[in-house]
Design a protein around this ligand. Structure first.
Ligand code: XBP
Ligand code: MG
Length: 259
């Protein structure tokens, strides 16, 4: 039985990357008098590195005009990341980042159907709080039984840690839940934790590789397909069917043995 839905944040609940985090990173470069800028396609490539700090460090390490010592590069990445997060908060507070289609509808339906909801994200608690306060209001935390962020799971997706911590906090097992993700790294993380995953492809991952997803759609208000069927949008009946049918399609559950 489906007991809980675990939501990713960036790309899944809102399109935060291109016009949110990316713009804020560029603001940080400018604020530090650096000539570096991440254009839209470049940022798409860099999203292969999960975590804003890790993404910065990866990029800095490939630049000839970056500091030469490891400690200076780490210090620069930390400084830029802090400036970027403050700028991201301002972008979100200003209402520039909208919820993706169907998110609010599905959250309300889950609440009515007694399906518990949780968050499993690579971003920080402050970034989640800024986005959710702007999107859901100041009482946003009441919607979620667990909110697991970068601070709780320092090994970023595709590492399954963030999902394992979410399961522990929910006191549920992987077969009790369904994850909603937008990216290949997110899908890998959820699957590595043994969790069936519905993928709502975000702009940057429209053509991502989603082998192993329990179901896929372009957004929650659009046609969703899975091995056993399809539907006009993602609703509670679809969530329950996708979750129930996932094991029958060879999805490996912890403790289950292949025949
Ligand atoms: C999101 C991320 C984050 C954001 C930036 O991944 O990888 O790094 O891009 O946020 P997911 P931070 O959607 O899979 O959680 O700078 O706070 O990391
Ligand atoms: Mg995501």
């Amino acid at each position: 039985m489906l007991r809980a839905l675990i939501w990713d944040v960036d790309g899944t609940i809102a399109e935060t990357e291109r016009d949110g985090h990316r713009v804020a990173f560029n603001h940080a470069f400018e604020a530090q008098d650096l000539p570096w800028r991440w254009d839209v396609p470049t940022y798409g490539l860099l999203l292969g590195v999960a975590g804003g700090f890790e993404r910065l460090l990866y990029d800095i390490e490939g630049r000839v005009d970056a500091p030469s010592s490891d400690s200076e590069r780490v210090a620069l990445a930390r400084c830029l990341h802090a400036i970027k997060n403050a700028a991201y908060g301002r972008i979100v507070d200003a209402g520039h980042i909208a919820l993706r289609p169907g998110v609010l509808r599905l959250m309300r339906a889950c609440a009515e159907a007694d399906i518990v909801q949780a968050i499993a994200t690579t971003t920080s608690r402050a970034n989640v709080a800024a986005l959710f306060a702007a999107s859901f209001g100041s009482d946003w935390a009441q919607r979620f039984r667990a909110v697991v962020c970068a601070e709780d799971a320092p090994s970023k997706k595709p590492d399954p840690l963030v999902y394992r911590v979410a399961l522990t906090r929910l006191t549920l097992e992987a077969p009790d839940v369904l994850a909603v993700e937008d990216s290949p790294n997110g899908l890998l993380a959820a699957r590595a934790a043994g969790i069936a995953t519905l993928v709502t492809r975000s702009d940057y991952f429209r053509h991502g590789g989603f082998d192993g997803a329990a179901a896929c759609c372009d957004d929650l208000d659009s046609r969703v397909t899975w091995a056993g069927g399809e539907a006009a949008c993602v609703d509670i009946a679809v969530l329950r069917r996708v979750h129930a049918e996932a094991p029958a399609r060879g999805f490996e559950r912890p403790g289950m043995r292949s025949p």
